[in-house]
Design a protein around this ligand. Structure first.
Ligand SMILES: [Fe+2]
Length: 336
């Protein structure tokens, strides 16, 4: 398992980010997402060439660990951790602006309508009653390793997580397992099977909740390993019957071998305040180890953003050319 490369922000880059956040405060991230993201992309041009180069190299080549950690993002004085994720507290904060300016080097921020209305920046906080659920507001059980929105052909190329406040015990870890490190642990037959459309995966419960859907939706069939042989993409959620399953016994065995490989190569990052972890969602799965929330306003609080390298690929499912995908589950099968 490779350590995630770490990069500390220089004082000039911190000042640039704070300047950028002042410029971005003129735009409403909720009612003018395009204005907000475009301004973040303009402001990102003011970051140092060293920082931009690191981000662009990660965009071009990735990393054996599947992630990049940027430390020292200015956080400033924080309000209480929101008790619900739908208040969009972080989205309008200077932290949300710093996050947006940094990820602007990688592509376009966007969202999914069922997930917090498709906000460009989302609060990830523990919510009472969901402690044991396999969704982002869970806490007291490990969140199984997964590709973000594995069920969607429009899943993000990058998932960015900015830690504003760690959990009380600072024990929650974000896990990463990259396909580059898993592949050497798999035999040729397993790899060949994973490349075939012999799997199905469930739509996340949070997406169903967000669209007031009560029936489970399964996307079937899908491949788990796709695109190029040299640099394959992953599409999998190891949440068992809540995630991805094989459609026949050999496919299920191949999936279990992949799951074991992901566990064997896993690296864990315990995010501190001001840490921004960028996950290569095509080439790595991520998860979270458990923590105990107290619901006292000081709980773990992350900001999350989804980034697409080419927003145009999802044009058909973004009504009005907005930055928000409205999923069409009937069309979300193998081709992606
Ligand atoms: Fe996730």
């Amino acid at each position: 398992m490779s350590d995630v490369p770490r990069l500390s922000l220089s004082p000039p880059d911190c000042r640039t980010l704070l300047d950028a956040s002042r410029e971005l405060s003129h735009y409403s991230v909720s009612s003018d997402a395009d204005g907000f993201v475009l301004e973040a992309q303009v402001q990102s041009g003011r970051l140092s060439s060293d920082l931009r180069r690191a981000l662009l190299e990660f965009r071009r080549f990735g990393d054996a660990s599947g992630g990049l950690l940027i430390q020292g993002v200015p956080i400033g004085e924080l309000p209480a951790t929101p008790d619900r994720p739908d208040r969009l507290v972080g989205a309008q904060s200077s932290c949300g602006a710093c996050l947006s300016t940094l990820v602007a080097c990688l592509g376009d921020q966007y969202g999914f309508r069922p997930e917090l209305g498709g906000s460009m920046v989302q609060d990830i906080v523990p919510v009472p009653g969901f402690e044991y659920d396999q969704i982002s507001v869970g806490s007291a059980t490990d969140l199984c390793a997964h590709t973000e929105t594995a069920f969607s052909p429009h899943r993000p190329d990058y998932v960015a997580l900015l830690c504003l406040r760690p959990d009380h015990e600072e024990c929650a870890g974000t896990t990463l397992s990259s396909i580059d490190e898993m592949l050497p642990l798999l035999d040729a037959q397993t790899i060949a099977t994973l490349r075939e459309p012999r799997f199905r995966t469930k739509v996340d419960p949070s997406f169903l909740l967000g669209d007031n859907l009560t029936e489970e939706i399964c996307i079937d069939p899908i491949w788990v390993l796709g695109r190029s042989e040299q640099r394959p993409h992953l599409r999998v959620d190891f949440a068992g019957s809540l995630g991805t399953e094989g459609n026949d016994p050999p496919a299920q065995r191949a999936l279990e071998a992949l799951c074991n490989a992901a566990r064997d190569v896993r690296t864990t990052v315990r995010l501190k305040a001001g840490d921004l972890l960028i996950i290569d969602n095509n080439r790595a799965v991520h998860g979270r180890t458990l923590f105990v929330p107290r619901y006292d306003g000081r709980d773990r609080w992350l900001l999350r953003s989804f980034v697409a390298r080419d927003l145009g690929r999802s044009a058909d499912v973004r009504p009005g050319d907005e930055r928000v995908v409205v999923p069409d589950y009937a069309a979300e099968g193998i081709s992606a």
